[in-house]
Design a protein around this ligand. Sequence first.
Ligand SMILES: N=c1c2ncn([C@@H]3O[C@H](COP(=O)(O)OP(=O)(O)OP(=O)(O)O)[C@@H](O)[C@H]3O)c2ncn1[C@@H]1O[C@H](COP(=O)(O)O)[C@@H](O)[C@H]1O
Length: 108
Amino acid sequence: MNATEIFKNIGDTLEARKEASPSSSYVASLLHKGEDAILKKVAEEAAEVLMASKDKDRLHLVREVADLWFHSMVLLAHHGLRAEDVVMELKRREGISGIDEKASRTQG
Ligand SMILES: N=c1c2ncn([C@@H]3O[C@H](COP(=O)(O)OP(=O)(O)OP(=O)(O)O)[C@@H](O)[C@H]3O)c2ncn1[C@@H]1O[C@H](COP(=O)(O)O)[C@@H](O)[C@H]1O
């Protein structure tokens, strides 16, 4: 299974969890708690990424980034968006130098 298929499968699961009972699923319970609870998890996971990076523990870092990506996907689902929307934005940016893009924003 490639990354695109994994993102799609998780996105489909998150969508299905909107109809699931909060007692039966972590995602359903988080979606049920609402935006503030999801944002709190995203912030917590981002902080854990920082700590894992400082620990110089590569496996720990991969696991924390997975937690951050996953909770970001739950946030996207809350807003009716999917990982594929973020991938499309990254694709749109492909080949556009960050330096050139920043310069175009500061001109005129
Ligand atoms: N990828 C994940 C995933 N990554 C992390 N987590 C959960 O995210 C939670 C957050 O972890 P923390 O490190 O903050 O630990 P915690 O203290 O237990 O969390 P809190 O009680 O503070 O929320 C843990 O319960 C993890 O199990 C995930 N839960 C679900 N998924 C995917 O979502 C699908 C649906 O999950 P359910 O809705 O639970 O069936 C699963 O099949 C997976 O594909």
